[in-house]
Design a binder for this molecule. Sequence first.
Ligand code: ADE
Length: 231
Amino acid sequence: MFRASVLTLYPEMFPGPLGVSLAGRAMGGAWTLDTHLIRDFATGKHRAVDDTPAGGGPGMVMKPDVLARAIDHVAPEGDPRPRLYMSPRGRPLTQERVRALAAGPGVVILCGRFEGVDERIIEARALEEVSIGDYVLSGGELAAMVLVDAVVRLLPGVMGHDDSGTEESFEAGLLEYPHYTRPQVFEDRTIPDILVSGDHAKVAKWRRAEAERLTRERRPDLWAKYQPRKG
Ligand code: ADE
């Protein structure tokens, strides 16, 4: 069973979208989620989880001692799961990394707030920084949900027996081909003839060509990586 543990100042944000649909139905079966309030590991009268940045400047920084206690409680030494810290500074999340995580025992995810965490906790607990894109969220929680959602849908049994986990878009390094369904005519627009021809080989060829065209037009970065593998 895949176990996702989340350290956050806002556990009430969870499970949120992870509690419905595909991921929600599989929760307690293929995967489990536990959330931990970072403030529970703070000490002192004010239970402070953050402090002013050394060297000055705006904002607040999450304290390394508090985070260390939280991490050591949730994932003591010997816990085999990767420890992720959601951060716009991290390595961008890819379907390849998602696939690797889904093949493992789970994840421990630290969600930051404020300006971020004290750099020493990243080193001291070997946190892997992960970004979900080049934009800044107000905290790591939504990013953590994105990552967990992407991973959980790949777990055995979560999507059922269809191939939609492996046949789609990024799994082949291409964007997905266009989809159609009834009615045959919608506001004067028809379904491409090939898709209603019943010729499965022609359908497959059309879809591949469309996926390649869309990738070339919209994502030259993906296209450049895809081409060498063609053939
Ligand atoms: N926290 C804030 N912004 C983020 C991002 N883009 N990716 C991951 N974590 C974040």
